[in-house]
Design a protein around this ligand. Structure first.
Ligand code: ZN
Length: 315
């Protein structure tokens, strides 16, 4: 008998994952489909229904008490709709209503994927035990979420903590979001790679021009690769410092593919933070790597819905 059994969905631009998760964060059943991201909205929903169908077919399903959904954003938790940037067929798509058509009367909680990962890091990862934390995903985009006063802070629409679209360069490059000089426009993986290429870095014989390849070159001492990571670190540091100054976080957790660059990113980030986080109450701010793996989105969606029900002890 599993107490506090919940279902979780993690919806992204490349895959749709689902799981049944118990009150300790253990994944008991899992299902997954590729996201048909370039198809129409109902075809994408068909993949979600396929995942839900596998979960509801489990003998454990009758014990499921609620469903948490973490989705690529923007989401609108108050309306139950999602508009993921990388899924053009979903614009204001009524995801919660469509999920309820499958799951019936179960309580459903919708949050953005950055918020979900934050819930996971706070429950079982690097932000565990921290009452005020910013968790970030630095990869194709830059997302994030906040823990304030010991609780996940999704905000009214489920997007709070979306640090990737804070402007840190007032007259900087246009961002796809419409603003200028956003953290994401400077620090995302594609922008790290783009800047390195623009400044003369060239990929090796394998032709790999990804941020991971730039990180490998930086580790080997390539000055252009190092400079591109330093610029990304500077943007992240300014965004983290602004957040800390506003709401007094004491830890920033960095995850995502670019976060895997480790000290190539974290060393200049910690150095830059000294330049931006200057007031006495933010000087003890620490920056660390995320600990949750590829299941962070699922565990976080479960954590968020358990917390709403008051049953995830550590959330
Ligand atoms: Zn932006």
């Amino acid at each position: 008998m599993h107490t506090d059994l919940v279902a979780a969905l993690d919806i992204g631009g490349t895959k749709i994952a689902g799981a049944l998760v118990d009150g300790q964060g253990r994944i008991l059943v899992r299902a997954q489909r590729a996201t048909p991201a370039q198809k129409d909205g109902d075809t994408v929903m068909g993949a979600v229904e396929g995942v839900l169908g596998e979960l509801t077919a489990s003998p454990l399903w009758s014990g499921v008490e609620a469903l948490g959904i973490g989705s690529a954003g923007p989401v609108d938790a108050s309306a139950g709709t999602v508009s993921p940037v990388n899924v053009p067929g979903w614009r204001g798509y009524p995801l919660v209503e469509r999920v309820r058509a499958v799951t019936g009367d179960l309580p459903v909680e919708l949050i953005g994927d950055g918020v979900a990962i934050t819930a996971a890091e706070h429950w079982q990862g690097a932000a565990r035990g921290h009452d005020n934390a910013l968790c970030m995903v630095v990869s194709t985009g830059v997302g994030g979420g906040l823990v304030l006063n010991g609780q996940l802070h999704p905000g009214p629409t489920g997007n709070a903590g979306h640090i990737g679209h804070i402007s840190v360069d007032l007259d900087g490059d246009l961002c796809p979001c419409g603003s200028r000089g956003c953290v994401e426009r400077i620090a995302s993986g594609p922008n790290i790679a783009r800047r390195a290429l623009e400044n003369g870095w060239r990929p090796g014989p394998d032709g790999d021009a990804s941020a991971a390849a730039v990180a490998a070159a930086a580790r080997g001492g390539d000055p252009v690769a190092l400079a591109s990571f330093e610029r990304a670190a500077q943007a992240l540091a300014a965004g983290i410092a602004a957040t800390a100054t506003l709401v007094e976080i004491d830890i920033a957790v960095i995850g995502g593919g670019v976060g895997k660059a480790g000290d190539v990113l974290l060393a200049p980030l910690r150095a830059a933070l000294k330049n931006y986080a200057t007031l006495s109450f933010v000087q003890r701010l620490t920056v660390t790597s995320a600990q949750m793996g590829t299941d962070a989105g699922l565990v976080g969606a479960a954590a968020a819905v358990l917390a709403r029900r008051g049953s995830a002890t550590a959330v």
